[in-house]
Ligand binder design. Sequence first.
Ligand SMILES: [Fe+2]
Ligand SMILES: [Fe+2]
Length: 245
Amino acid sequence: MEPARHCKAQITSEPAGRDGRRLSYILVSRMTPTPPRLTLLDRLIEGLDRGLRTVAAANVAARPNPAGATAESVSEPQARRRAAGLMRVNHAGEIAAQALYHGQALTARNPEVRRALLDAARDETDHLAWCEQRVRELGDRTSLLAPLWYAGSFAIGALAGLAGDRTSLGFVAETERQVIEHLESHMHELPADDERSRRIVEQMQSDEARHGSEARAAGGHELPRPVRELMRRTARVMTVTAFRV
Ligand SMILES: [Fe+2]
Ligand SMILES: [Fe+2]
């Protein structure tokens, strides 16, 4: 069946001839597709749906896993537990990243900014799927507190969006900067022979750097120092907790 199309009728007038003796105009009606206008309630329901899919459904990556055919090399039980703990933290971070983007998209004013936030969130779905796969390969589970990470981050994202698009984009840039630093620390903390996790973390770092520079290029403001510090402390609570729970 043909999907319903939301159209805007445009009535324009164009001259029919150039001789000037007879002024004749034709009315041209054009049907131009326009996106449906969503109410705040529609967006909230959309956000709830995205949240449930992020936390409860299996996330499927659109891109191949960067670990590819790299052989599994972590065999010692303690090293496997450590690697799994770190990748569980990264998985929780990706849940939070998705929730921040979804919350920011909910309250974004400019449709272009909203679209860019949702595009970036799709990259985070890949990260989420790769981290989850790696945690399972290591014989462990993802964080039991995933719904809490999602709900808290969604609320923070929605507040950032309410502060205005430039502040919201600045929030993206700062979040990604801190995530890159955090991932860099994991490159040192992962067991020396854990090449599969490292390949995933490297690709994530590269994607987060792109998200950050796109947000800055789109006009993101630098956030005040106390806000940056608060973000760092909040993230620290999550990383320490998700390593264990
Ligand atoms: Fe990510
Ligand atoms: Fe990102």
